[in-house]
Structure formats: structure tokens, C-alpha cells
Design a protein around this ligand. Structure first.
Ligand SMILES: NC(=O)c1ccc[n+]([C@@H]2O[C@H](COP(=O)([O-])OP(=O)(O)OC[C@H]3O[C@@H](n4cnc5c(N)ncnc54)[C@H](O)[C@@H]3O)[C@@H](O)[C@H]2O)c1
Ligand SMILES: O=C(O)C[C@H](O)C(=O)O
Length: 311
């Protein structure tokens, strides 16, 4: 199985690293426009093969899309990340043009690929990719919910003072500081609702910390995060390539699901060899439904800014 990752920067290279050391794909191609950069990252990763013990072939390419031909999955991480104090939405002006041209290029050589969109503002970039390529909606998946959910579980585990892997939970809605919806009511500690163990104040703080999780790291690091983002993409790619049918919140085109149409935003999806195999209805209560509708309004506002790119 072959995976191409466009953008060999922090997130793209981390994703390639996790895919190779976990043996998720037999071949990974990293592509970047910076001369020699993807080749260098690929060589560095390959020099871990004997110490971490993997057999994935990782190679790099400077803007040569012929090397990406026949990819089963293409991950788009190309574009600029935010700096401290910025929102993801401010990246749209530069990233929209990059994402659109990258999607066109990859499809010329991998017409059957499933595309995973990572570049921000991710929900809008996913919508753009879908509209610009005209691909069936099951083949375009925006990654954000997997990452936000892993942060949610991290903050829950910290509040509970218990291992993160004993915590279950999901974040749906937009992948934005104010549009994310951590589903606190449905989160559990080994099957028991987390509300059995944490006060409402503590749960509210977990939700608030989750929503600004990316901004907090951007403030600490000077650029946005990459370890958890790269690992989250690899987790999603694993579910596609190995047809795991994991339920992962992903940004996908909604046709009536969750009360929305003509918008890509985060909902729980079954992810397998066909990409998005189903959207799961988790029966939101009235308060959660209202938050989802408000989140959709904000994402739709951002999509309106695409008119010039799509015309
Ligand atoms: N969806 C998410 O959950 C999530 C998580 C983290 C980061 N991101 C986003 O992912 C993007 C990448 O973040 P990063 O930290 O890896 O940034 P980065 O600057 O480290 O890497 C981006 C890479 O893209 C390359 N690039 C730019 N234009 C290109 C083009 N036309 N073709 C090929 N490569 C091109 C750059 O040369 C650079 O190496 C940002 O937009 C960031 O906001 C999203
Ligand atoms: O925060 C960002 O800008 C990058 C990414 O969307 C994240 O959540 O880490």
C-alpha cells in the first residue's frame, strides 16, 4: 500500500515517521516544494529502519508528482501553520491556493486515491478539495476530530489522574478554537460516565482546554503542534489502509446528517478501505444540537471566503 504525503514539514514528516515505524504502509512518498527538503526528511526517517525495525520504503520528491503515482491515500499537509496569536481561519488566503493546486496535481497521478486534508482552516480546505476535484464524498476526509479527541482524552485523563487509554471521548463540530464541541456528556472512564468522577467545573475546564488545545501549543512552541497531529493522521490512514472501520470523528460532507447540508465538518465516521463508509448518529441532546448548528454557521461563513478560489 502506498501513501503520499504532500508537505514534508512538521506534520507531514511526523506522519511519515509514525506510518513507517508502525508498518502501516509498504511505501511512503514525501513531496515538498522546498528543494531537497522532502528527500532529506525521507533519508533521515529511513536511517531509523534498522534501529526501530521497519520495512516501509520512504522516499522524497521535490515537486515531482510522477513519484506519487498509484497512491492509495494522499495526505495534504502543505501550507503555512499559524503563529502565536493567530486563528486557523487567518491561514485561508495562502492555504486555499496551495491546497487546490496540490489536489489537482495528486489526482493526475493517483486518480483513485482517498485524500486526507490536514492544512488549515481544515474544514474549509476539505470543502474546497471536494468542490474543486468533484470526487465522491467518501474519498475526501478532513483530519481534525481525531486530534481534538486525543487532546480531550488527555485533558480528561489529567483531571481524572488516570491513564489516557482508560478514557473514551469524542470532539465533533468544526476544527476551530470556538467551533469544536467536546462531547463531555458521552465521555467515559472505562465505561462509566466521566461525570461520576469529575465536577461540572472540572468538566467545563477540560472542554475549554480542549478547544484551545492547538492555540496553547502554538503559544508554547512558536508554531503549531506536530507530534499529535502527525500521529492522528497516521491513525486515520491505518484505519483506511487496513480497513479497520474505526469510528473516528472526521470532517466530511454532510447531506442532511446532523441537520446540515453542503458543508464539511466533524462528525463520527466509520473509516475503512472506501474512506468514509458511514456517518454515525450519536443522538445529540438539544444543547449539543444547538452547539452543532452554531459551529456550522461559523464554518459556512468561512466557506463563503472560497468563492473567488472556486470561481
Ligand atoms: N488539521 C489539523 O488537525 C492540523 C494539525 C496541525 C497542523 N495543521 C495544519 O497543517 C499545515 C502544515 O503544518 P506544519 O506544521 O507541518 O507546517 P510546516 O511549515 O512545518 O510544513 C508545511 C510544508 O508545506 C510545504 N509546502 C508549501 N506549499 C507547498 C506546495 N504547494 N506543495 C508542496 N509543499 C508545499 C512547505 O514547504 C512546508 O515544508 C498547516 O496549515 C497547519 O495549520 C492542521
Ligand atoms: O492549532 C493549529 O493551528 C494547528 C492544528 O490545527 C492543531 O490543532 O494543532
Amino acid at each position: 500500500m502506498k501513501v503520499t504525503i504532500v508537505g514534508a514539514g512538521n506534520v507531514g514528516a511526523t506522519c511519515a515517521d509514525v506510518i513507517s515505524y508502525r508498518g502501516i504502509a509498504s511505501e511512503v512518498v514525501l513531496l515538498d516544494i522546498k528543494e531537497g527538503f522532502a528527500e532529506g526528511k525521507a533519508m533521515d526517517i529511513m536511517q531509523c529502519a534498522t534501529t526501530t525495525g521497519f520495512n516501509t520504503r520512504v522516499s522524497g520528491s521535490t515537486s515531482d508528482y510522477t513519484k506519487t503515482a498509484g497512491s492509495d491515500v494522499v495526505v495534504i499537509t502543505s501550507g503555512i501553520p499559524r503563529k502565536p496569536g493567530m486563528t486557523r481561519e487567518e491561514l485561508i488566503g495562502i492555504n486555499a491556493g496551495i491546497v487546490k493546486s496540490v489536489a489537482d496535481n495528486v489526482l493526475q497521478h493517483s486518480p483513485d486515491a482517498i485524500i486526507v486534508v490536514v492544512s488549515n482552516p481544515m474544514d474549509t480546505m476539505t470543502y474546497l478539495t471536494l468542490k474543486a476535484t468533484g470526487l465522491p464524498k467518501n474519498r475526501i476526509i478532513g483530519m481534525g476530530g481525531a486530534l481534538d479527541s486525543s487532546r480531550f482524552k488527555y485533558f480528561l485523563s489529567t483531571a481524572l489522574e488516570r491513564p489516557a487509554n482508560d478514557v473514551q471521548g469524542m470532539v465533533i463540530g468544526g476544527h476551530g478554537d470556538t467551533t469544536m464541541i467536546p462531547l463531555t456528556r458521552l465521555a467515559s472512564y472505562n465505561g462509566s460516565p466521566v461525570a461520576n468522577f469529575l465536577s461540572q467545573d472540572a468538566l467545563d475546564k477540560v472542554a475549554a482546554d480542549t478547544m484551545v488545545g492547538g492555540a496553547t501549543l502554538t503559544g508554547l512552541l512558536g508554531t503549531s503542534a506536530w507530534y499529535a497531529p502527525g500521529a492522528s493522521v497516521a491513525y486515520l490512514v491505518d484505519s483506511i489502509l487496513n480497513d479497520q472501520k474505526k469510528m473516528i470523528p472526521c470532517s466530511v460532507m454532510l447531506d442532511g446528517e446532523y441537520g446540515q447540508n453542503d458543508i464539511c465538518m466533524g462528525v463520527p465516521c466509520l473509516i475503512g478501505k472506501n474512506g468514509v463508509e458511514a456517518i454515525v448518529d450519536v443522538n445529540l441532546d438539544d444543547k449539543e444540537k444547538a452547539l452543532f448548528a452554531k459551529s456550522a454557521d461559523a464554518v459556512r461563513n468561512m466557506n463563503d471566503a472560497l468563492k473567488s478560489v472556486l470561481s
